[in-house]
Write a protein that binds this ligand. Structure first.
Ligand code: CUA
Length: 335
């Protein structure tokens, strides 16, 4: 520990941009505070009672002055507004296509993180530097909030709804992960570490199944080291068969249910005429509450899986359905 850090580490591209805005706001604030304080003191002294300073030519009003003190703050306010809105939209909007996708489940009182290849971690996240990382997050119980100060990102993790956030870590190192939403008695202990690794080191870590964990406690409750875990998609496929989803959802649209091949990202027309995009949230809802959005041309006959699947297994199913690309040979079977 070297003293008290005034600012957290700056370890993502987003952090650099947020800091720039922060310092701009600080500079504007300091400038006007000093300017106004100096003028107050100066005028208070110069025009104090008994002073001989000339008071001749004093005006009731001055239009230029009034326009000036309205327009300058307005302009600065608008600059800050547009700047901050753009930063916000960047961070909470869609990530770049090459983003590494990590699934996050928050529960009282731990973070459960899952890599696409099946590696799971508890309260630890290993990621490579220099590559965008997208987090798809959900809570198993109450509202939590995923907060990594060094990346300047914080996003609520809600029960029943996928929230996403993305960032590009820039600097290898070890960074604090917090829960930033009071979520019960052990909220303050719902903390962890994010390890940003050199890409080559990260590849090694991945290949070892998450065992090579530089900097991590050997006996920590981190990855389930040594346990060969199926990838998210593989686990989802198994579950898909086990639940017999394929009985109604085939390679092509069928009598009972629409096909899942090529579904992800597609626009889907519903019975009531509205059109929705088949994203993670839509797929999740259609598994848990299939009657909420029934696809046009189908009867509301699918049973609900709410209460039967926990968030982890739901994620696996969503990942599998996302992975189903349209089969090439059977182009447009149905009219
Ligand atoms: Cu989870 Cu506070």
């Amino acid at each position: 520990m070297k003293g008290v850090a005034l600012l957290p580490d700056t370890a993502s591209t987003f952090a650099q941009q947020v800091d720039l805005l922060f310092w701009f706001l600080t500079a504007v604030t300091v400038f006007f505070t000093l300017l106004i304080a100096a003028l107050v003191l100066y005028f208070a002294y110069r025009y104090r009672r008994g002073s001989t300073a000339s008071r001749a030519g004093a005006k009731e009003t001055d239009l230029r002055l009034e326009i000036g003190w309205s327009m300058i703050p307005l302009t600065i306010g608008l600059i800050v507004f547009v700047w901050a809105a753009k930063l916000y939209a960047d961070a909470y909007g869609p990530p770049p296509d090459n983003a590494l996708e990590i699934f996050v489940i928050g529960k009282q009182w731990m973070w459960h993180l899952q890599h696409p290849n099946g590696i799971r971690e508890n309260n630890e996240l290993h990621i490579p530097a220099g590559r965008p990382v997208k987090l798809t997050m959900i809570s198993q119980d109450v509202i939590h909030s995923f907060f990594v100060p060094a990346f300047r990102i914080k996003r609520d993790v809600l029960p029943g709804k996928y929230n996403t956030v993305w960032f590009t870590p820039t600097k290898p190192g070890k960074y604090h992960l917090f829960c930033a939403e009071y979520c019960g008695t052990q909220h303050s202990r719902m903390i962890g570490w994010v390890y940003v690794m050199e890409p080559a080191e990260y590849e090694k870590w991945l290949a070892s199944g998450g065992e090579a964990r530089p900097g991590a406690l050997a006996s920590g409750a981190g990855t389930m080291a040594g346990v060969p875990t199926a990838s998210l998609v593989q686990a989802g496929e198994q579950l898909y068969k086990q639940l017999r989803c394929n009985a109604c959802h085939g390679a092509a649209d069928g009598q009972r249910g629409p096909s899942h091949y090529g579904l992800f990202g597609k626009k889907v027309k519903l019975r009531d005429g509205t059109v929705v995009v088949a994203d993670e949230a839509y797929i999740r809802e259609s598994i848990l509450r299939p009657l909420a959005k029934v696809v046009d041309g189908y009867e509301p006959i699918m049973p609900s899986y709410e209460g039967l699947l926990d968030e982890e297994r739901t994620l696996q199913l969503v990942a599998y359905i996302k992975s189903l690309k349209k089969p090439l040979q059977t182009a447009e079977v149905k009219p």
